[in-house]
Design a protein around this ligand. Structure first.
Ligand SMILES: Cc1cc2nc3c(=O)[nH]c(=O)nc-3n(C[C@H](O)[C@H](O)[C@H](O)COP(=O)(O)OP(=O)(O)OC[C@H]3O[C@@H](n4cnc5c(N)ncnc54)[C@H](O)[C@@H]3O)c2cc1C
Length: 422
């Protein structure tokens, strides 16, 4: 079991039933019918690894990062892409990984997704130089930490119109200089590798955006921690580029290409967040189901009150539908991976993943919030993982773009559908 910060007030019967192993047993009864044999075997092996290796190392009072190397050792920093002998891989496997790890520790999975998918995806897709390949290996092994720097103090939802400036050096090297400030960089204050975006011409951001790998130790790179109360074990910060010289070998996307790379990468990012949100939802839903089935008030189990059992039944119906939809988004992602030149498919995928991310992250929050109410006081303590799930669900809803921005992407698809009958 976990190391907790506070004392345990659950009675013995409940405590021995609220285990990750039992949560997995119930989760599996819902999920396995949606999986292939290969996916099921992958998930069961991963769950065993989590119970035997990962969970004993989790300490709710300490940062999550010391667990990265143990994830890396078994190829669990990401499962979207092939790497060394770690098989199988693909978006459905990445989604299973995000779900299972979020059940074990939603905060750990938040940091893992940023390092393992958000930072690693650009390196995998566009990295060619030795430095970029070395960074990929370091992140995959979990021995180094990665982050992604898009959002700025004055440019959040409007991610295209960045103020961070990129200037080519006045020599023949092909190196560039970064100047600017990024905020809300998850993992930033402890990161070794920064996937950073900036523009050469603020008036033409699409045509002049760069994407580069900046490394800890580069002169002029500074990081500071923000006070984000919902995720105390993950460092989220401000990243400053003060005339940082970035070698040519670290440029993943040159002038203009940075923009295409950024927006293509966001689909993978959203899909993974869908997996994490679903995992958080399952964690809260199953924890509450088990707890309310054992907790007695007025001489009855809570679950015998319809005011408790009906909302839980409703949650499970919604969650099963959202999970099915999440796997469909993963299937669509695999299709664009096969047909990267099909623009229509890419557009469809962008709105599908945005709509599903909107739905799944909002559901994670709703289920965690409602379940906390249904479980009463114990749901507010660290004896159950519902409050942790609730806090991280709030982050899932904004990271990768707030819910309005996901809806904005859906409205763009709506407009193009209406053009069919103009
Ligand atoms: C905990 C946390 C972790 C994060 N991690 C990272 C990270 O690792 N890397 C990174 O680059 N960024 C990260 N972000 C940034 C996150 O993606 C942004 O916060 C988000 O995109 C919103 O930007 P903003 O905060 O500036 O809000 P604003 O853009 O100022 O938006 C404020 C509100 O206005 C709404 N709004 C804005 N424009 C529109 C519109 N056109 N239509 C309708 N509504 C609109 C928004 O939906 C929101 O509700 C993180 C944020 C948080 C809070």
């Amino acid at each position: 079991m976990f190391q907790f910060g506070g004392i345990n007030i659950l009675n013995e019967d409940i405590r021995e039933k609220i285990t990750t192993e039992n949560i997995f047993k119930i989760f599996n009864s819902f999920i396995i019918p949606l999986l292939s044999h290969e996916e099921r075997d992958f998930m069961l092996l991963l769950q065993k690894y989590c119970i035997d290796i990962i969970e004993p190392k989790i300490d709710m009072t300490r940062d999550v990062y010391n667990i990265f190397p143990f994830l890396g050792e078994a190829g669990y920093m990401q499962r979207l892409y092939p790497y060394e002998d770690f098989k199988p891989f693909g978006m459905r496997y990445e989604m299973i990984l995000a779900m299972v790890l979020s059940i074990v520790d939603p905060e750990l999975d938040l940091a893992r997704v940023v390092s393992g998918v958000l930072a690693m995806n650009p390196l995998y897709s566009h990295g060619k130089s030795d430095r970029e390949k070395r960074a990929l290996g370091d992140l995959m092994a979990g021995r180094k930490i990665g982050c992604i720097c898009i959002t700025e103090r004055e440019r959040g939802s409007d991610a295209v119109n960045m103020q961070t400036r990129v200037r080519t050096c006045d020599d023949e090297t092909g190196d560039v200089l970064y100047n600017g400030e990024k905020v809300f960089t998850t993992n930033g204050p402890v990161a070794d590798y920064f996937i950073a975006y900036g523009v050469e011409d603020e008036k033409a951001p699409r045509e002049s955006m760069y994407q580069a790998l900046i490394e800890r130790g580069f002169k002029g790179l500074e990081t500071h921690r923000l006070g984000i109360l919902s995720a105390p074990r993950v460092h989220i910060g401000q990243t400053l580029f003060k005339n940082v010289r970035v070698p040519k070998d670290n440029i993943l996307g040159g002038r203009g290409q940075g923009y295409t790379n950024l927006f293509r990468g966001l689909v993978a990012e959203r899909n993974t967040i869908i997996g994490s949100s679903l995992g958080i939802s399952w964690l809260s839903a199953i924890t509450g189901l088990v707890y309310t089935n054992l907790r007695k008030q007025f001489n009855k189990r809570l679950l015998e009150f319809q005011a408790v059992s009906f909302p839980i039944a409703e949650m499970l119906v919604d969650l099963m539908a959202a999970t099915d939809l999440g796997f469909s988004a993963a299937n669509e992602y695999q299709k664009i991976a096969r047909y990267p030149e099909n623009v229509e498919m890419i557009k469809y995928n962008a709105s599908f993943s945005a709509g599903t991310k909107y739905l799944a992250s909002n559901l994670a929050h709703r289920i965690s919030y409602e379940m906390q109410q249904l479980c009463g006081g114990a749901g507010y303590t660290d004896n159950l993982r519902i409050d942790k799930a609730l806090e991280i669900s709030k982050i899932q809803e904004i990271i990768g773009g707030s819910r309005n921005i996901q809806l904005l992407l859906v409205t763009q698809a709506m407009k193009s559908i209406l053009r069919l009958i103009e």
